[in-house]
Write a protein that binds this ligand. Structure first.
Ligand code: ZN
Length: 481
């Protein structure tokens, strides 16, 4: 397979001659697969990949960058295992195998790695994991993995198929119906205002598209014409930002009510609120909220869309998500399973925590077998011939949650988690420069509604606690002055 830097895609792009605006691009299945694979990426992976690619110029995705940085800085002693912290910083993709043969892989984490304990009885997908054997020396040995049978890879079907991708990332079947809809919704009367160009794009533009999908309403125009979003006047953009072409509020209806985890508990926090503005300056909490917030990083982007009813307000990723439901199985999409992998991707294995509030499912554990007469491990759906034994899979986080307790933590408005110290609190108060008489302490319960609201705000706001909890600050009874 070619190195990511060498991969090229050819796009036929239709632009409006006068306004430098991309109307749509015609893309092949390889490009469509890479684009759709964005939905399988956990939020933590997206933050990590954008920082890796853009360095100090990485885009700020709401409060996710600061949540990620806070996790990096939080001492490992607050986690049950070091591997647990590592898993959150480097979440695996639960569709990693399905993405492993795409023309371009932007995620650099291998789908499954295999580390076997020195006794040859336990296996883990992460290094530095304590094995279950009583006489363990703690050394894990890396093994080559055979995957059997061949699993379905990619998401879209038929090598001859192509798709139309609108500027705001709606993916449509390449058909006269789609074309007429795009023209009509953009108010185009005569096709002589259009211009066709063929462009070659690679990793750089795909990363721009990943970034744009989360921060821009016109990512194709931004990327392909190398324009800043300001280059097209805002009026022009308003006229051109066609309303949804897909017809799907059925999707939202089916999504409603599916997100409540019946046994989920409420998490109690103490918020320090600026009375005059209702801004949350700081929250004092236990390990339960911290564990729950860190778990955002393991949730795949498509699952976040599912939780929020395909309506996140972040960039144009919701358009991509919602437009998938108009593509047909067989004609455009490989299988029902491929659609589910995009619309309801699972949490990576062992990323489920007992403090999880959302109704989520995690990928099932692969069946791994040690082969006789070789140092190889085989992943198989049925017991293969010539095996020594079935290997026991180890949960790297050690317990049913990531963060150790009981401990008191503090969380800032932009979701930076730390352990409280009087100096850090004083430095926060110095920074915000408000009189203490304007600060009051409020107790809040974080249940499903509040949690969804914080998740939504975390994608777009650098004050995720305030923006997420604002609607509930007045609803929940005031306590303690
Ligand atoms: Zn062992």
């Amino acid at each position: 397979m070619a190195a990511a830097e060498e991969v090229r895609f050819s796009l036929k792009v239709i632009t409006l001659k006068e306004s430098c605006k991309v109307l749509y691009a015609q893309v092949d299945i390889d490009f469509a697969d890479v684009l759709l694979s964005f939905l399988t990426l956990p939020l933590g992976t997206i933050v990590r990949l954008l920082i890796k690619h853009y360095g100090s110029n990485a885009p700020i995705l709401g409060s996710l960058n600061s949540l990620y940085a806070g996790l990096q800085d939080l001492d490992s002693s607050h986690f049950w295992t070091e591997a647990g912290k590592f898993m959150l910083l480097n979440p695996r993709n639960s569709s990693g195998i399905q993405c492993s043969r795409l023309k371009l892989q932007i995620d650099d984490i291998p789908p499954i790695q295999c580390f076997e304990c020195c006794n040859g009885t336990c296996v883990s997908m992460y290094n530095k994991v304590k094995c279950l054997c009583p006489n363990s020396t703690g050394t894990m040995i890396r093994r080559d993995l055979e995957i059997e049978p061949k699993m379905e890879t990619g998401f879209v079907s038929a090598p001859t198929a192509s798709f139309l991708l609108t500027d705001d990332l709606q993916i449509l079947a390449n058909s006269p119906t789609s074309l007429f809809r795009i023209l009509k919704l953009n108010g185009i009367e005569h096709t002589n205002v259009l211009e066709e160009r063929t462009l070659t794009v690679g990793l750089k533009e795909i990363m721009e598209l990943l970034k744009g999908s989360l921060v821009s309403k016109t990512p194709l125009t931004d990327i392909i014409l190398c324009l800043s979003t300001e280059a097209v006047t805002s009026n022009e953009r308003k006229r051109l930002s066609a309303s949804a072409i897909y017809e799907t509020d059925a999707l939202c209806r089916t999504l409603n009510g599916q997100n409540v985890r019946p046994d989920s508990k409420k998490i109690n926090i103490k918020a320090f609120v600026q009375k005059s503005t209702n801004r949350i300056l700081l929250a004092e909490t236990r390990q339960d909220l911290v564990d729950f917030l860190f778990s955002f990083l393991a949730i795949p982007l498509g699952r976040v869309q599912f939780l929020l009813g395909g309506n996140t307000c972040a960039g144009s990723i919701s358009n991509l998500y919602r437009s998938i439901s108009n593509l047909e199985i067989g004609e455009h999409m490989k299988s029902r399973e491929a659609i589910v992998r995009l619309l309801q991707p699972q949490l990576p294995l062992y990323c489920m925590s007992s403090y999880q509030i959302f109704s989520l499912d995690q990928e099932s554990s692969p069946e791994l077998y040690r082969l006789c007469n070789s140092n190889r491990v085989k992943l198989s759906v049925s017991t293969p011939i010539g095996i020594c034994r079935k290997l026991k899979m180890i949960d790297p986080k050690g317990q049913d949650c990531f963060v150790k307790g009981p401990t008191t933590f503090m969380v800032t408005d932009d979701l930076v988690v730390s352990t409280p110290s009087s100096t850090s609190i004083i430095s926060i108060l110095n920074k915000i420069k408000i009189p203490l008489s304007d600060v009051e302490e409020r107790e809040l319960d974080i249940g499903m509604e509040e949690a969804l609201s914080i998740l939504k705000a975390s994608l777009t706001s650098t004050g995720a606690l305030t923006d997420g909890l604002k609607p509930f600050l007045t609803r929940q009874p005031k306590q303690k002055k």
